[in-house]
Structures are given as C-alpha cells and as structure tokens.
Design a protein around this ligand. Structure first.
Ligand code: CFM
Ligand code: HCA
Length: 520
C-alpha cells in the first residue's frame, strides 16, 4: 500500500503525531533492522484496543486451568469481565473437577477498601475450598487491592498450609503495566515459582517424544485439533500453558523433552526460565495455517531426530494436508488475490498471515496491540532497555536446579540446533512483511479508519472494540480473538473451518448494500 502514515497521524497535536509515527513502519526489506516503537504507554485520549495487566494475567494465562478455582480479589466488575469471554475451553478429566463456568470473586465493597479486604479474601478461599475441593486455587488482584495494600501473598501462603493444596496469589493489578503484557509476565512468574517442577511422573508418562505446548490457550477448541494431530504422530503432550490445562500436568512440565512455544509474547518468560532451571530447550512453532502447522511438525521431527518418528510425521502431514487441501482448493479460487489487514493482540496478527496466505489472501498491513519489539523485529533485538513501566514486574533470578536439571537431548545436538537458529529463536512478524506493507503498533481507532478508507482491504482481522465500526464501512471483520464464536481455526481441520468462514464473509453480497450512516 501507499504510505498513509502522514494522513493517519495528521489530526494529532504535533508532539503526539511524532510519537505515533514511531509506531508505524513502512516495510522495506532492503533496509536492515527497521525499528518499531512498542510496549510503551498509550497517549491519553487515544482510543485503542488494549486491555489491562489483570486481563493479561487472570483472563489470559491463569484462567484456562480448568480444575483450579480462580478467585478474583476485587470489585465484581473485574471478575465478570474476565468470565469466559475469551472462550478458552476445558474438558473435565476423571476427577470431574471443572470450574470453567464459574465466576468467583470477593466482591469488594467500599468498606473493604476502607478497612482492608484480607479477611474477606481468606474467607473466600476457605469457602471456595469447602464447596468445590479444587485441585488448586489462584488469587488474582485487581487495581484497588494494590492501592490499599492487601497482603494477598501472605494469605496464599497461609492458606496453602492450612488447606494442603496450592494457593497461588498474583499481584496483577490492572495498572502494573502499559497493557495486558505485564500480566502475562506476572502469571509466568507465579506458575514458575509455585507449580513447575513440583510434580512427579511415572516413567511411562515421560517416555517417548514428550513436549509441552506453551502459549496455546484452546480458544474455540484449537488445542483439541492440535492434540488430535500430535497424538496421531506419536508426540506426547505433558502440559499445556494453559489451554485445557490441569494443575497436575503443569507441575510435571519440567519433565518434557522439548517446549513448543506458540504465543511467544505471553509465555517466552516460562520457556527461558524452564531451560535455565530444568534444561528443557524450546523452539518456536505455529499451529495456525496448513503449511505453518506442517512446518512446525517437521521441526519436532528434526529435534528428536528419530527415523520412525520422522516417517510417521511425514505420513500424517501427507494425509492431513491432502484432506484439508481438497476442501480449501475450491474456496481459494473465490478468495485468491484478496487483501487483509490484521490488528490483534501479541501474536495472532503474525500467525494468521500464514493462514490467510493458504487461502490466497495477502496481508497488506498488520500490527499488535501490546507486543514488544522482539515480536515485531525478532529476538536478536534482545535484551531491550528496561523502562520505568516494565520495571513494575519482577524479573525472577533463575538458576540451574541442582537435583532436577536434566538434559534429555545430546548437548552437542542442542548446541548445533541453537547455532542454526532452530532453537531459542523467533524471527518476529517483520520476517513475513513484504515490501510496501505496513507494520503498526497499538493502532488507534482513528488510524484504523484511515487505513480502511485508503487501503480498502477485503477483510479486517481484529477484536470486539472495533468490529462493528469496521463493518459500518462495508468491510467484513473477522474477530481473531474469540473467533466470532466459531473455530477451531488451528491445525489442518481448523484451516478448513477458517476457509469456509472467510469465504462466507468476503463473498457475502450483503456488503455491497451496506452504507455507513454518514454516507447518507
Ligand atoms: Fe498470545 Fe493469546 Fe495473542 Fe495473548 Fe490476548 Fe488471546 Fe490475542 Mo486476545 S495470549 S498474545 S493476550 S495469542 S487474549 S489467546 S486473542 S489478545 S493475539
Ligand atoms: C483481553 C482478552 C481479549 C479481548 C478481545 C477483544 C480476548 O485482552 O482481555 O478485544 O476483542 O481475546 O478475549 O484479547
């Protein structure tokens, strides 16, 4: 597309326009190291689509563990807001424990703000335990808790001793960061300190080709499709952080041989800490898109370097790709040459480019809401300068565990894979943004509207805050967070679901009849 940066920022005061321009990159692959500004405060007054640190901790990373009772300490609204809105699905295990449909909160009132809410929190933990007997309990703090200084960590510690189950508290007050990203980090730290490494497994559980899925949240049932294929290949998932995840599995995560990192933004902390403490290497994968999924499966094959496994994976890929392709091919004919713009979260705006490409759709502009520079430019920009806002989140000091550190792969092989950039590497979104495409961080509603007017995309991938504004322009919007209540979209069969969905949206004749109210 043409460079519409100037037009996007033109209504802002000069200083704001200069600031926003740093978040916008006109892609030119001939320039090495194009930089983007990211993970900084949004200018007050600008409407964007970010959420808070509490949302990132409780709603995103903590919430999907289904056999764990999640207690929100705070006013009822924060709890209600994160109650299943993300469509993270969970299947009950043999013990039948599944609290996904509950919304549990201390429902703080004015008097709790004045006199403190610790007593009420302790009561809530006790009551939750008595009623449900969950496998573990989490406490997540909303803004007022931090402001009045309720000591939730001590409550968690005491209740862990009293009840004999793990009670973990997260100081993830909404204001702890510039977006939900801070909440991810807080959640990673809490689980790493309290759960990972605590469990034991039978030999049978950990033998063979074992992996953890990090950063896969089972939105719309994505994990079910991913696991169906992994199982078929003979790859065993020990734990998932955190879609369809259980407390028990999470405590055994350190026993897996390889970590597969799906959403780099929300879980890279865990991957790094697990490698340092327990010796589990990690590799970046993506399960979104037919070709991307096949490529990721081949990565697993390469890591384990086992002839029978490699052959099995190739057979599964051949069979699954053929089945998916048979359904996608006729749809692609109707979508070929269309264009998309994607503004989503901290990883999907990248991952979904592959799936759109499978359908013949080119992404002409894309960006994240809250990702960091490494998610755009690749991990070679790390370490980044720590600013005042990021300093709010504790960096855990992690060391080799004297007993539980265990290398399950040949160290020379791991070293070779690291040198090749096969392990511990993420290239970022920029690696896939072609010439004259736009990369925009924390896009504002005004900027998005300008883009739609100028670039005239055939579809926008976005979220609930802008969906209906976009559709009033006569352009279909696909929500890539909750999938508009559809899905799964991951894996091979997910790609087929997505193709049908996008076809119905883009090729729906209704759009030609839509006229925005202001066009009259
Ligand atoms: Fe990772 Fe996510 Fe995402 Fe994310 Fe999210 Fe989400 Fe998202 Mo909504 S963890 S960064 S904080 S992939 S909730 S499942 S859809 S913004 S792109
Ligand atoms: C969150 C959750 C969210 C919101 C989606 C949206 C999700 O950030 O708190 O704004 O449409 O995926 O449900 O990202």
């Amino acid at each position: 597309p043409k460079d519409v940066t100037k037009e996007m920022v033109s209504p802002y005061p000069a200083k704001v326009a200069r600031k926003r321009a740093k978040h916008i990159v006109m892609r030119d692959p001939s320039i090495e190291g194009q930089e983007i500004q990211a993970n900084v405060r949004t200018v007050p007054g600008i409407l964007n689509t970010r959420h808070c640190a509490f949302a990132g901790c409780k709603g995103v990373v903590v919430g999907p563990f289904g056999d764990v009772l999640h207690i929100v300490h705070g006013p009822v609204g924060c709890s209600y807001y994160t109650w299943m809105t993300r469509r993270n699905q969970y299947r009950s295990r043999e013990d039948g424990k599944n609290y996904m449909s509950y919304c549990v909160t201390t429902d703080m009132q004015d008097s709790d703000i004045v006199f403190g809410g610790v007593k009420k929190l302790r009561q809530a933990v006790q009551e939750g335990y008595d009623i449900f007997k969950p496998n573990a309990i989490t406490i997540t703090a909303t803004c007022p808790v931090g402001l009045i200084g309720d000591d939730i960590q001590t409550v968690a510690k005491e209740m862990t001793e009293e009840l004999g189950i793990s009670v973990v508290a997260f100081n993830c007050e909404g204001y702890k960061g510039v977006s939900q990203s801070a909440g991810h980090h807080i959640a990673n730290n809490g689980f790493f300190k309290n759960w990972v490494g605590e469990g034991e497994a039978t030999d049978e559980e950990i033998e063979g080709f074992t992996v953890n899925l990090l950063g896969e949240y089972n939105i719309g049932g994505d994990s079910y499709e991913i696991e169906r294929v992994l199982e078929k290949c003979g790859i065993n998932v020990i734990a998932t952080f955190s879609g369809d995840g259980t407390y028990d599995a999470a405590t055994k995560a350190h026993l897996a041989k390889l970590n597969l990192v799906m959403c780099h933004r929300s879980i890279n902390y865990m991957a790094e800490m697990m490698e340092t403490k327990f010796g589990v290497p990690w590799t970046k994968v993506s399960f979104i898109g037919v070709q991307a999924f096949a490529k990721s499966l081949r990565k697993v094959a390469r890591f384990f370097n086992d002839e029978a496994l490699t052959q099995r994976i190739e057979e599964v890929i051949a069979e699954e790709v053929a089945a998916a392709e048979a359904e996608i091919a006729p749809i692609r004919e109707r979508l070929q040459g269309k264009s998309a713009i994607l503004f989503v979260g901290g990883s999907r705006a990248h991952h979904y480019q592959d799936l759109f490409a499978d359908l013949g759709i080119k992404t002409i502009a894309a960006g994240y809401e809250f990702a960091h520079r490494d998610d755009y430019e690749g991990r070679q920009v790390l370490p980044l300068k720590v600013d005042a806002d990021s300093r709010n989140v504790e960096e855990l000091r992690v060391e080799k565990d004297p007993e539980r550190y265990k290398l399950t792969a040949d160290p020379a092989w791991v070293e070779q894979l690291k040198e090749e950039g096969f392990l511990n590497r993420y290239e970022g979104m920029i690696s896939e943004m072609g010439e004259d495409t736009l990369m925009i961080d924390d896009i504002s509603h005004h900027e998005l509207e300008t883009l739609i007017k100028r670039l005239k995309p055939d579809i926008v991938g976005s979220g609930i805050k802008d969906k209906y504004v976009i559709e009033k322009f006569g352009v279909p919007c696909k929500q890539l967070h909750n999938y508009d209540y559809g899905g799964p979209f991951a894996g091979f069969q997910g790609a087929v679901n997505f193709a049908k969905d996008i076809d119905m949206r883009i090729n729906n004749p209704t759009w030609k009849l839509v006229k925005a109210p202001w066009q009259n």
